[in-house]
Design a protein around this ligand. Structure first.
Ligand SMILES: [Zn+2]
Length: 469
């Protein structure tokens, strides 16, 4: 196969040389390296990493290779021709011209076609002008200006170089290119122009201007398409980075009901994602996703929450019926449901329904009663504490005889418990408790913890006992 390649290369070289001679415009030959077998460093980067594969391509039988190339767009043909010398020779040789022609026929038949190839350019040169956005003079600058009349893309740096001149004369006689309100001419155009009459210069310029509006419409659309492509690349880059951070694309899509939200930070920008970009949007995007995930979880939890709570109440009622203590001294279902294991089952699950054990309720309710009684005992004046210390205060009997004063009115404990005069300082709650508090309908549990419990604002807090009066 090697010898074939060599043989071909030689033939191709000859054909390339004959092409070079034909070039009428020396200036353009200089600025269109696509037609040159010398492949610049910036161009060969398009194939970086694929060299071995691309090298193998040239070993494919010519017919087959042509068949493959026939399906490529002009820009693909151009990039491939820059991949290595063999491919360049193959794509640029005379026998491959029909491939370019077919490729351009498809382009001309598209929605917004570019103008027909100007006669002084070959199709490879035209493709380079149309599709390759780097400067055609230095092959590096990307922030270029474009002139249809010059068939040239050029960077600002080169515009200020020796090939161009700034002048306000000859405005209607030579092709111009404008940047920052300055008009530039090609020095060569003006030098050639001095040998022509004014009329010839005007005619020449008019010929160059043909197709300009078509070109401008095409260029506008092409730039938008490029931006769209950059946008897709950016979105893929962002999604890959999010996946590294544990956010699967499928989860994000599901969270937002089948797509990405319009306000996802930096996601819809049509620009390549740079490291600086990512550093800027990363915290925003992560906080958005976390907030959304929390919202979705809460929604799922709340969906069947009333049913799970109802199931608990039913079981709790069952337990209440087995108790001999005065019902007013028994805990409320909400006092117990906020404790584990019920808490997780009712407040932290997506389940449609839930099962509860009477034993668990019994154990926790008794713990609660004991802790409530201790708490009330701790509130008693010293002389009452001493009196009850030897008695079974916690049995409920002395407890129910306690009398409180509320703005001068006597109030039995049972009344106090009924009226929810004990209340919980919500501002001191942990966020998780706060959320549970919001989910529960009234009355709220009061025994979150002793530290958090206070008396209602109406209570003046002087204790007595019916034993005294
Ligand atoms: Zn340049």
């Amino acid at each position: 196969m090697k010898t074939t390649t060599l043989r071909r290369s030689k033939r191709i070289k000859e054909s390339l040389e004959s092409q070079q001679v034909k070039k009428s415009d020396a200036k353009l030959a200089k600025t269109t390296p696509a037609s040159n077998s010398q492949i610049s460093e910036s161009q060969s980067k398009y194939a970086a990493g694929n060299q071995a594969y691309l090298q193998q391509m040239t070993e494919i039988p010519l017919d087959t290779l042509h068949e493959i190339l026939r399906h490529l767009d002009p820009m693909d043909l151009l990039n491939l021709s820059w991949a290595n010398k063999n491919l360049n020779a193959l794509i640029m040789e005379r026998s491959a011209r029909y491939i370019w022609k077919e490729s351009f026929e498809r382009l001309y038949a598209s929605d917004i076609p570019p103008p027909q190839c100007p006669e002084e350019l070959n199709l490879a040169q035209y493709a380079r002008f149309l599709f390759h956005m780097t400067c055609m003079v230095c092959n590096k600058g990307t922030s270029n200006k474009v002139s249809w009349r010059m068939r040239l893309r050029v960077c600002l740096k080169c515009l200020d170089g020796h090939l161009f001149a700034r002048t306000n004369d000859f405005k209607h006689e030579y092709p111009t290119i404008s940047a920052h309100y300055v008009t530039y001419y090609l020095v060569a155009d003006m030098q050639n122009g001095t040998q022509k009459s004014f009329d010839e210069r005007i005619t020449s310029l008019a010929r160059r201007a043909e197709g300009e509006t078509v070109f401008q419409a095409w260029e506008k659309r092409h730039l938008e398409d490029l931006k769209d492509l950059a946008g897709v690349d950016r979105q893929n880059a962002i999604l890959a980075k999010l996946e590294d951070l544990g956010w699967k694309e499928s989860e994000i899509i599901e969270m937002y009901g089948g797509g990405f939200p319009a306000d996802l930070a930096g996601f819809w920008v049509r620009r390549k994602l740079t490291d600086a970009d990512w550093r800027k949007i990363r915290p925003k995007i992560l906080s958005q996703l976390k907030a959304k995930r929390k919202q979705v979880i809460e929604k799922k939890i709340r969906m069947h929450f009333p049913n799970r709570l109802q199931k608990f109440r039913e079981k709790f009622d069952e337990w209440t019926k087995t108790q001999t203590m005065s019902p007013i001294l028994l805990p409320h279902p909400h006092d117990i449901v906020v404790m584990e294991p019920f808490r997780s089952i009712v407040f932290d699950s997506y389940a449609e329904t839930a099962e509860f054990k009477l034993d668990d309720i019994d154990r926790l309710a008794k713990e609660w009663i004991e802790s409530r009684n201790k708490f009330i005992f701790s509130l008693l004046p010293i002389h009452l504490q001493e009196r009850y210390r030897t008695t079974d205060f916690l049995s409920g009997e002395p407890l129910s005889r306690l009398v409180f004063f509320k703005r001068g009115n006597r109030l039995r404990l049972r009344k106090l418990l009924e009226g929810q005069y004990f209340y919980c300082k919500r501002s001191d709650l942990q966020p998780a408790d706060h959320q549970i508090f919001q989910m529960l309908p009234d009355p709220s549990p009061w025994n979150w913890s002793k530290e958090l419990v206070e008396f209602g604002y109406e209570f003046t807090g002087v204790f007595g006992s019916t034993d005294h009066w």
